[in-house]
Structure formats: C-alpha cells, structure tokens
Design a protein. Structure first.
Length: 90
C-alpha cells in the first residue's frame, strides 16, 4: 500500500498558524517564514504541501496570495503545492 502525506501550512496575516478547532480566536503562531516551513517539509521528504490561506477562507480576500506563490516557487521541483482558502466559484 502506498500512502502520500500532505503536510499542511495554514497562513493568516502572513504568519504560519494553527487554529484550535477552527476558531480564529484560538490561534497558535508557529512562525513568520512560511517558505522556510515548506522547505523544511521538502527536506523531510514531502512531495506535496497543502497551503490554506485562512484570511481568504474567512473573508474572501486572498491577502496571502503572494506568500502562497512564494511557497510554490520555493519548493518548485521538490514538492507540488495544493492551495485552498477563499475559493468561492469553480
């Protein structure tokens, strides 16, 4: 059996965060350098990285779009990036 793990990076306000049970009032900040986190995942063998723009998910405004693009550029050739958050139409 082959299993592919998708390590996730949630970004809010340009920082790497995790929300407790999806609650925006209960946020843990893990750092300010999402690209470095993605590169660390690559160094550990990740071939995919899942990135969620929490600002876009909450408000529909993709304020972290350039950061998501920087993550994709920083991992190009090592991992594919799957992005979500704020998608309102197909």
């Amino acid at each position: 059996m082959n299993v592919t793990l998708y390590p996730a990076i949630d970004v809010r306000g340009g920082r790497v965060v995790r929300l407790r049970q999806g609650d925006f009032e209960r946020e843990t900040v893990y750092g300010d350098d999402a690209v470095a986190v993605a590169e660390s995942f690559c160094a550990q063998g990740a071939t995919w990285i899942h990135v969620v723009d929490l600002d876009a998910a909450a408000h529909g405004d993709p304020v972290n779009r350039s950061l998501v693009a920087a993550i994709a550029a920083g991992t190009r050739g090592r991992a594919a990036v799957q992005a979500g958050g704020g998608v309102r139409t197909a």
